[in-house]
Design a binder for this molecule. Structure first.
Ligand code: AMP
Length: 221
């Protein structure tokens, strides 16, 4: 099964993808996580991507497309995956269709996590991420048990450099301009399910799970 999660930064794509990937036994592919890893490893891709990411801009389509194609080609993605952070514009959505066509695969579900701007800003400005395992926390909504320390693995938490107020603004502008049209792209293809994601993560997960059960005969979630 192939699932795409759409929504603004902070809508909860990463949180939902992590839990869903365990429940459905699908690989979680986050283009943002792969890019951050490349930046931290100072790979050629990371060096090229860094400046765009720091500004809150999109990394050029060709770079991300190739990176995703490589990831989808890995054996663990054969049984299906959850895409988080791709596609980010209509060109990427078309590229994804082509990529999957060539592998005789299709997208089963697109969930659009719909959040209000006030909730998004509150979530992003308080978000803390584990420097090792990538687990997300929130200063107020989901604080770690020990200050700035990951509950999962004990590593240090940090604030993403693109979660600063000015960069959040820029990312939201880009989302409205480039990424929002992707919602209509999948709506026309009748693959889109819209889910209110202002609510708690557990409630959002319940809704997504129910939609999968109701619309996919062979799936036990
Ligand atoms: P995310 O973790 O999904 O919020 O992504 C963090 C940053 O990585 C974005 O602000 C972009 O700079 C870059 N990025 C992630 N996914 C993509 C993509 N599909 N296309 C272009 N840039 C991306």
């Amino acid at each position: 099964m192939q699932i795409v999660l759409l929504g603004a930064p902070g809508a909860g794509k990463g949180t939902q993808a992590k839990v869903l990937s365990k429940r459905l036994n699908l690989v979680h592919i986050s283009t943002g996580d792969i890019l951050r890893q490349n930046v931290s490893d100072k790979t050629e891709l990371g060096v090229q991507a860094k400046g765009f990411m720091e500004k809150g801009a999109l990394v050029p389509d060709e770079l991300v497309k190739q990176m995703l194609a490589n990831r989808i080609d890995e054996p663990d993605a054969e049984k299906g995956f959850i895409l988080d952070g791709y596609p980010r514009n209509v060109k990427q959505a078309q590229a994804l269709d082509k990529m999957l066509d060539e592998k005789n695969m299709d997208i089963d579900f697109v969930f659009y996590l719909d959040s209000s701007e006030a909730v998004i800003i509150q979530r992003l400005s308080g978000r803390l991420v584990c420097s090792l395992c990538g687990e997300n926390f929130h200063i107020k909504n989901m604080p770690p048990k020990v200050v700035m320390t990951c509950d999962n693995c004990g590593s240090r938490l940090y604030q993403r450099s693109d979660d600063k107020a000015e960069t959040i603004k820029r990312r939201m502008e880009i989302y409205r301009q480039d990424s929002a049209p992707v919602i209509d792209y999948y709506r026309h293809k009748k693959k889109l399910f819209q889910v209110d994601s202002d609510e708690d993560a557990e409630l959002v997960l319940d809704k997504i799970t129910r939609l999968i059960q109701e619309n996919h005969d062979s799936c036990k979630v």
